[in-house]
Design a protein around this ligand. Structure first.
Ligand SMILES: Cc1cc2nc3c(=O)[nH]c(=O)nc-3n(C[C@H](O)[C@H](O)[C@H](O)COP(=O)(O)OP(=O)(O)OC[C@H]3O[C@@H](n4cnc5c(N)ncnc54)[C@H](O)[C@@H]3O)c2cc1C
Length: 289
């Protein structure tokens, strides 16, 4: 569209309220100046979108914009992940493009009638190299890393984290972003690893090693502005419009009320397309003329 401008190298600092009744968002303050807008769609990712809403607190919203429910920043979730290497001494793995197989059999069925909860998802990793293994396990002698990497079949196991109000993004008094997080649902993850170990042994791999990943390995994070019907326990309505402010939307990973156990990008994109269609319809009504 001829009128569309994409401005790069603008760091958003806060959203500013205004408009006819003072209840809308009127402008976005950036490190390059202030931009006015009829509608603001925040998409800075699960940590930074929440942080920007909190940083935009003002006299009428002292806890942060769109935060009358005190839910902004809460319910942060990131996947519980483990890397797994399966080895048979007699068999070298010469694969180059290993990431070819994904298994969801334990997503719905834990395999244990006494544990009626989902476990998660298993996929091949891209081939682990000696350098990567050495970086993860620096105490392993280099010849051992090289042998192990050339014989292993490598896997990545993902389990849902569960929402918890105390797992949250906050701001320090000086504006620094803080993240408080404790993993939830560890038992499902341990059970998934145990199931996979059993199956790999059955498949003829006598040596199976797991390494649990901590928060420093996070790639998938969601939940800090979750959507829902009830303004008391969600930040966004089902169209990702903030319950509190009519011209403010959040359309990134923060809308997700649960993280699932699979990679999130396609869901984030599909939701953005869905909300874009809704916004186009709202524009047509002239509500923001
Ligand atoms: C190493 C890695 C591998 C991954 N692999 C996969 C995969 O295989 N499959 C998959 O589905 N997902 C994968 N993900 C996850 C995926 O990238 C994220 O889930 C997804 O990008 C999140 O989308 P988002 O829109 O919420 O945020 P982002 O994609 O993070 O977009 C947020 C944008 O906002 C910008 N921003 C933040 N703050 C400000 C500010 N104050 N002012 C201006 N701009 C700001 C950021 O620079 C960024 O461009 C991976 C992530 C990582 C890190």
């Amino acid at each position: 569209h001829a009128n569309v401008r994409l401005l790069t190298r603008h760091r958003v600092l806060r959203l500013l309220r205004g408009g006819a009744d003072g209840k809308g968002v009127e402008a976005v303050e950036t490190d390059q100046g202030t931009l006015r807008a009829r509608v603001v769609v925040l998409a800075a990712g699960a940590v930074h979108s929440a942080a920007l809403l909190l940083a935009s607190a003002d006299a009428t919203a002292p806890r942060g914009l769109a935060n009358s429910s005190d839910q902004v920043g809460r319910n942060y979730m990131c996947h519980l992940n483990s890397a797994c290497m399966a080895l048979k001494a007699a068999q070298e793995n010469t694969t180059i493009f290993q990431k070819t197989l994904a298994i969801n059999d334990f997503y719905d069925d834990s395999g244990d009638p006494d544990y009626p909860y989902p476990l998660g998802h298993i996929q091949n990793l891209g081939k682990v190299t000696p350098a990567l293994l050495h970086a993860q396990q620096p105490l392993l002698p280099i010849p051992v890393s090289a042998w192990t990497a050339s014989h292993s079949v490598d896997w990545w196991l993902t389990t849902e984290d569960l929402p918890d109000a105390d797992n949250r993004v906050t701001l320090d008094s000086d504006g620094e972003i803080r993240l408080a997080w404790q993993p939830k649902n560890r038992e499902s993850h341990q059970r998934l690893c145990a199931q996979w170990r059993r199956i790999l042994h059955q498949a003829g791999f006598p040596m199976v090693f797991f390494q649990a990943m901590d928060i420093s390995a996070t790639a998938h994070q969601v939940g800090t502005c979750r959507f829902g019907e009830d303004p008391k326990d969600s930040v966004l309505n089902p169209w990702c419009k903030t319950h509190d402010i009519d011209n403010l939307y959040v359309v990134d990973a923060s809308f997700m009320p649960s993280i699932s156990a699979v990679n999130p990008s396609l869901t984030i994109m599909a939701n953005a397309i869905r909300v874009a269609a809704h916004l186009a319809e709202r524009f047509k009504t002239g509500v923001w003329a």
